[in-house]
Design a protein around this ligand. Sequence first.
Ligand SMILES: [Zn+2]
Length: 526
Amino acid sequence: MKALAFCFVFFTSIFSFGQKLELVYSTQSLIGKHEIYYHTHQNLPIFNKLIKKNTFSSKVHIFDTEIRLSPLNRNLLSSDTILNEKSGFLFDKGNLISVSAFTIMDTIGKSFTLYLNNQNYTIHHISHNSNLKDTLITGSVFLPDPLSSSGESYGGSFIDSNDETNDDIDKELKEVQLYATFEDGKFLLKNKHLKISNHSAPDIQPTERTEPIFEFNRSEIGFEEINALYHISRFADYIKDTLGFKNIVNYQIAVDVYALNGGDQSEFISSTNPPRLNFGQGGVDDAEDADVLIHEYSHAVSHSAAPGTLIGYERRAMDEGLADFWAAAYSKMLNEYNYKEIFNWDGHNEFWDGRSIDNQKKYTDGLTGNKYEDGELFGALLMDVRNNIEDSIADKIILQSIYSWYPNMNFSDAFDQIMKADTLMYNSENSEILLWVGCNRGVLTENCQNIVEKNISKFNINYTLLNQGILELSHPTLNTSVKIFTLDGKLYFSKILNGKHIKLPDIKQGIYILQIDQFSEKIIIN
Ligand SMILES: [Zn+2]
């Protein structure tokens, strides 16, 4: 906090008394404004002395940086197209050097800014090729895994059988288009979100093709690469483009789908540059199951939002629960069948049990001390939030709340951050439903007696008429009025519902109006 205050004073003094600053970029995040300035000298920019200013309502955070020079053995060529030209300075070892900056595009489409000194040497450069030229390829994937898409259980022809395939499993291969890269005459499995890489044993090089067709079955090398490229990219597109968290995991993560020497595990490594994902091939190959891919990538998401905070038992269990939650949420987008089961294909079989966030665990019942089991409670809590608020709004609130995570926090602290995110982003619009969800899972204990909130009006009513006249809601509810009217408006039945099941009276066949609080719809009783 002191450092921040100091920075702020320093920054103000730059504006008030010192040199001028030149605004270079200004961007807007979901809840703040972010600007980059050059320091200047004689009214010209010093290209490698920059100030980053983050503004959140009234709070300002300043970072003043100096970029080390990066010379390049390449001068300006007559074949280069000059996109922009600007004069200024570079700061090096206490001296200011006068330079001309040329932003160019070369004949094969690469773009750089070259900083030339008075002798026309490139004493510094910036490459603008980090956004790879994406190209579409065609490939085969599971959506999200062969059991969810077929509705089958593990067994019969749906078994690992040492990575073999068969007609039934091949039927679950879905043809998709996905972004890859075309470079030097070859299609390579990398795009802006990730690159398939070989950094862990066994030594299997990423697949390359001269044609944009990558159709493999699960027994072939290449299938897991395509499956990983497709699912991680699709999930990354969802959180970055659909939800709007543009800067999250803003690097190309390195993904090895044939890793860990055949081990039956997967992992995210944050310490390498770029960070990595490793997927083992023991049992069902981990990268064949979208749940495993999204679970591991979610660790990269939380590391990106709140680096340096994965400390403390409950905080680590939260990371597992969050990763299981995103795996389930992603599965649900593809196919609702069994989406709350995590690792449907990789787990729930002879190799290991997998996990599930379809549970009634409560925080007030106590934790087990196993971060994966306790993570199932946290994941289930997040899924309750999602299923009681509109999906993408809940996802935004949850993702925003992760930025505020800190070491040694517990599940209740995490829930506080969710409530805060709702307050900042949606003006507490969802606070009552969140209160209900938090009390229900035991992460909130205060004010729980007084909840008579009828959460039912907040979510899309989803009900099923079961046998023997049982009406089942997809979500439990409190003090909710359930009424049945005849078509001419006569009240036929009225009862208060607590929970999710209610027994309807024996009604003769016909069409009626079902009213659940403010919601009403015609139903057919037969
Ligand atoms: Zn994990």
